[in-house]
Design a protein around this ligand. Structure first.
Ligand code: MG
Length: 386
């Protein structure tokens, strides 16, 4: 039995926003279309893949699929029509060249179609079989914002794709239904009297429509693909004339100040280096050279926020940070809560993921002699890897 997948990608998909039709937007470094096509290419039960695209989208298509274009299962794209139904018909007509026994119609915007679901549909080998999920929410009918009735959900299903059919029967059904505007192929098949059965779909096999869907897609694709990394940082600033020190973003009155190009916040500097270390991004001096005048007197939260930004840019998140301040004076304990909250705010994480500790060196060494303050920090981050 030969099986072809017809992927409908001819829509303009403006609802999700952005300049590109949504099937050409990238999630996790690849386009939605790439993810979708790849699922069918890598399934051993699928012999041919035909994609129906908008006539204007050839460049997008070639860009989107990259090396997949060389795969022998992938047929040259065909042009879709003005409606989804017309696009499917044009795709089916093109597929006559390979004349499969079974055709699976699938939306390009459902990249989470699983190999299991494809297998279940193929195994059914029915005249028609669609992936669907039972309706579990209570359904209400309303008019003008006011409830009229509760709709009995018995026997109601939410239709998904893929939808699988005998190729010749579906082609005939589509030729008969030409010019109508039916929303899925099961509806077309039914107008021709084909028997269509339900195969349990997957909750993850959702259609990307809104911006929130794209966020969820990003999360789903990085699941199970995260690694934890740690970094450490160390910094020292010497005491100088002054009447306060800035430690972990908090100004503490003291009989001396700390000397430095910026605000000399030794705690935030160590922490910034720890975060940069965790993602292999060099050190604070490389990002904010002391030779640059613009960083003179700079508040160190700018440096720390930049490091946190670099973590976010990699779709990473900060798991926890831990700082130890090393000095005889000033006393830290009464400022600890405020420091944790300040750091949590800069990093946009919960304060229970932030620890600030303090210790002395028993009057030994430069910190013991009161010549300066040292700080060390460690940070754990979780970032996606390929
Ligand atoms: Mg420093």
């Amino acid at each position: 039995m030969s099986v072809a997948a017809l992927i409908v990608a001819a829509g303009r998909g403006v609802r999700a926003g952005g300049d590109l039709p949504k099937q050409y937007r990238r999630v996790k470094g690849q386009t939605i279309l790439w993810h979708t096509v790849n699922q069918f290419i890598s399934h051993e039960g699928v012999d041919h893949i035909q994609v129906a695209i908008h006539p204007d989208d050839h460049a997008y298509y070639e860009n989107a699929l990259g090396t997949l274009l060389q795969n022998a299962k992938l047929l040259p794209p065909t042009h879709g029509g003005a409606t989804r139904q017309e696009s499917v018909l044009l795709g089916l007509l093109e597929l006559r060249k390979v004349a499969p026994d079974t055709v699976m119609i699938h939306d390009a915007a459902r990249p989470f179609v699983s190999a299991d679901l494809i297998s279940r549909l193929i195994a059914h080998n029915a005249e028609g079989a669609i992936a669907a999920l039972p309706v579990v929410d209570t359904l209400k009918r309303a008019e003008g914002g006011a409830l009229i009735e509760t709709v009995d959900r018995t026997g109601l299903w939410r239709a998904q794709t893929p939808q699988a059919f005998r190729f010749s029967a579906l082609l005939a059904a589509h030729e008969n239904a030409r010019g109508e505007n039916l929303t899925d192929d099961a509806a077309v098949a039914q107008t021709a009297g084909l028997k269509v059965v339900i195969v349990e779909g997957d909750a993850d096999n959702f259609k990307l429509t809104t911006e929130a869907d794209f966020k969820m897609a990003e999360q789903l694709m990085t699941q199970g693909n995260l690694e934890t990394r740690i970094g450490q940082g160390f910094d020292v600033h010497r005491f100088d004339d002054g009447d306060s020190v800035t430690l972990c973003g908090i100004v503490i009155p003291h009989d001396q100040g700390l000397k430095g190009h910026s605000d000399a916040d030794v705690g935030l500097h160590a922490l910034t280096d720890a975060l940069l270390g965790a993602i292999g991004e060099g050190d604070i001096g490389a990002h904010f050279p002391p030779s640059e005048e613009k960083w003179r007197g700079a508040p160190s939260h700018v440096f720390l926020a930049h490091a946190a930004d670099l973590v976010s840019q990699r779709q990473g998140r900060i798991l926890n940070v831990d700082i130890t301040l090393i000095c005889e004076a000033p006393k830290i304990s009464s400022h600890r809560t405020e420091m944790r909250e300040k750091i949590a705010q800069i990093l946009a994480i919960e304060s229970d993921r932030v620890s600030v500790k303090a210790t002395t060196t028993e009057r030994l060494g430069f910190t013991g002699r009161g010549e300066g303050i040292a700080a060390q920090a460690i940070a754990a981050v979780e970032i996606p890897h390929d």
